[in-house]
Design a binder for this molecule. Structure first.
Ligand SMILES: [Zn+2]
Length: 86
């Protein structure tokens, strides 16, 4: 299901601009957010946000699927397919 995504116009720590999905409790005020569009995946929303702000990152609360965690998830799937060592 596609969600509406927004990016915070105000930079946070390290000059990051945080991307939020609609309905997130950390969503900035309407004056402080920029509507990105509707996306099926948070990575697409972050890519779009990077066109405005190079330091765009996903919100930890509503956008947990960044690249690093995706790789970690794939890794954990791979580990489940590993036969037990005993
Ligand atoms: Zn958020």
């Amino acid at each position: 299901m596609a969600l509406y995504y927004y990016v915070n116009k105000q930079s946070g720590y390290n000059d990051n601009h945080v991307v939020h999905a609609a309905g997130c409790s950390h969503l900035p005020d309407i004056d402080n957010r920029l509507f990105l569009g509707s996306f099926y995946h948070v990575n697409a929303a972050i890519l779009q946000a990077k066109k405005y702000y190079a330091g765009a990152i996903g919100c930890e609360n509503c956008c947990p699927l960044n690249n690093t965690e995706q790789q970690a998830a794939q890794l954990s799937v791979a580990l489940k397919h590993t036969p037990p060592s005993r």
